[in-house]
Design a protein around this ligand. Structure first.
Ligand SMILES: CC(C)(COP(=O)(O)OP(=O)(O)OC[C@H]1O[C@@H](n2cnc3c(N)ncnc32)[C@H](O)[C@@H]1OP(=O)(O)O)[C@@H](O)C(=O)NCCC(=O)NCCS
Length: 434
């Protein structure tokens, strides 16, 4: 687990100065103060177009924010000067990297700007401030999940961890996998939250792209949160292997298709530590009586489901961006991961924020261990911006795709070597929003 605590990092002076020039105050807020916490949380809810949180929701939602560095922007000239016109928060989380080690990732969340203050450069000040704060704290990586895919590339983030939405027509799909050797049990909602935390914490270290979750995140999936309108619909089971060990959890809701007595199952979370557990939980979902369709999002691109059914066309897969990464310390980030093939190349990295710009010699030995140093020679093998390199980092985006899009400039043979080296096993995944 990481030793960095984002809460000890002060507000970025450059962003404070830039916003002050526009008459705005940018500061780290203390959410231990009740009134400040409520304003911050209400600003976040409004920023994400949510309803007004009631007292119970405010009280509940404050817990995770207390673990984070919460930044607000205030407009003293506005009638409601003590209500933030912009918010962001951050905390440091371990990010699993290819090969199974972890790097400290500066996680960024609740980026909102009031509709009255949009498109004046406030979000830019927030994001650049977060990146400078992260770099000053020594985090080699920043990460976020996004509402829109068009916002964060300009700050050097790349869509590194794709996810898959699965829509299953269970009658067409059938079941072609083996019968699991363990057992499945229903669980109460608070028990599901416990089980999710336990299994996710073990499973996340086996997948590049995964980050650590937190208690209220698991409670959210399990229908424990008071502000969850579907909480009473939540059901879930766990899988115990043949030795009685907890290995997987499935949490879902069921909705009837307008009086037909046929149902749709929406998987909220399926987390499993073993192949056996994954197969057993999918089998439970697909063979559930009265269920016609099963949907699940944030599944890995190498989910075995299409290979567990009799008719793979019963499983529609929609790949979309999910985990976004931004390398801040290039030598630290690249030498933390393992590569899949040897390499000796000079990369020219463009980075308009300056953190990683330059020519870098990346050498990977036979065991996949990398060393990175500043390149002195002028012969460059590949050129890309930091958003492209960040997209490649977790091993789930093909160099061939970025080269085809003009995002990586390299000769075909260099691109092929980069492609082999950066690809990861297993495919990266990220099964939560943060
Ligand atoms: C997205 C949001 C934070 C942008 O805030 P903002 O203060 O208006 O953004 P800025 O004025 O700082 O814009 C910075 C840059 O981003 C661009 N931008 C801003 N919002 C954008 C959007 N939704 N899509 C694409 N580009 C966007 C601007 O054009 C500007 O580009 P440039 O500097 O390269 O010319 C704000 O619209 C918002 O709160 N939206 C609702 C909540 C949300 O979706 N938050 C993101 C959570 S992941």
């Amino acid at each position: 687990m990481t030793s960095l605590d984002a809460r000890s990092v002060p507000a970025d002076p450059l962003s404070a100065e830039r916003l002050a020039a526009a008459g705005l105050e940018y500061r780290v807020d203390d959410l231990n103060d009740e009134a400040t916490a409520q304003s911050f949380q209400r600003a976040v809810a409004r920023g994400f177009l949510g309803g007004e949180p009631n007292a119970e929701a405010l009280d509940y939602g404050r817990t995770p924010f207390l673990q984070r560095r919460n930044i607000s922007v205030y407009d003293g000239t506005a009638a409601t000067g003590d209500f933030p016109v912009a918010t962001v928060n951050s905390w440091v989380s371990p990010l699993t990297v290819p090969g199974g080690d972890a790097v400290d990732m500066w996680s960024i969340s609740v980026v909102t700007v009031a509709a009255t203050h949009r498109r004046r450069g406030i979000a830019r000040a927030l994001l650049e401030g977060e990146l400078r704060a992260a770099a000053s704290a020594g985090a080699p990586m920043a990460g976020l999940t996004v509402s829109e895919a068009t916002i964060y590339g300009r700050y050097g983030f790349g869509a590194a961890v794709p996810a898959v939405r699965l829509d299953v027509d269970v009658r067409r799909a059938g079941w072609g996998g083996v019968a699991p050797s363990g057992s499945i049990q229903y669980r109460e909602r608070d028990e599901l939250a416990d089980d999710l935390g336990v299994v996710h914490e073990r499973a996340r270290v086996a997948r590049p792209g995964q980050v650590a979750g937190w208690r209220t995140r698991w409670e959210g999936f399990a229908g424990v949160s008071p502000s969850d309108p579907d909480r009473d619909k939540v059901r879930g089971v766990r899988y115990l292997d043949e030795n009685g060990e907890l290995r997987g959890v499935l949490v879902y809701t069921l909705a009837e298709k307008s009086g037909s007595f046929r149902f749709q199952m929406d998987v909220r979370m399926l987390v499993a530590e073993t192949h056996d557990a994954t197969a057993a939980l999918w089998r439970f979902a697909l063979q559930h009586d009265l269920v016609d369709t099963v949907t699940a999002d944030l599944r890995p691109t190498d989910d075995p489901l299409p290979w567990l059914v009799r008719d793979t066309r019963g499983v529609v897969q929609t790949v979309h961006d999910h985990g976004w990464l931004r390398i801040l310390d290039l030598p630290a980030a690249l030498s933390a991961r393992r590569f899949s093939a040897p390499l000796d190349v000079v990369l020219r990295i463009e980075d308009s924020q300056g953190f990683t710009a330059g020519d870098w010699r990346l050498t990977v030995d036979q065991e996949g261990r990398a060393s990175v140093e500043t390149a002195s020679s002028s012969s460059v093998d590949a050129t890309m911006d930091i958003s492209a390199l960040s997209a490649l980092y977790a091993g789930g985006v093909r160099v061939s795709a970025l080269r085809g899009a003009g995002r990586v400039s390299a000769a075909a043979d260099v691109a092929e070597r980069l492609d082999r080296a950066f690809a990861s096993y297993p495919a990266p995944a990220l099964d939560i929003w943060y």
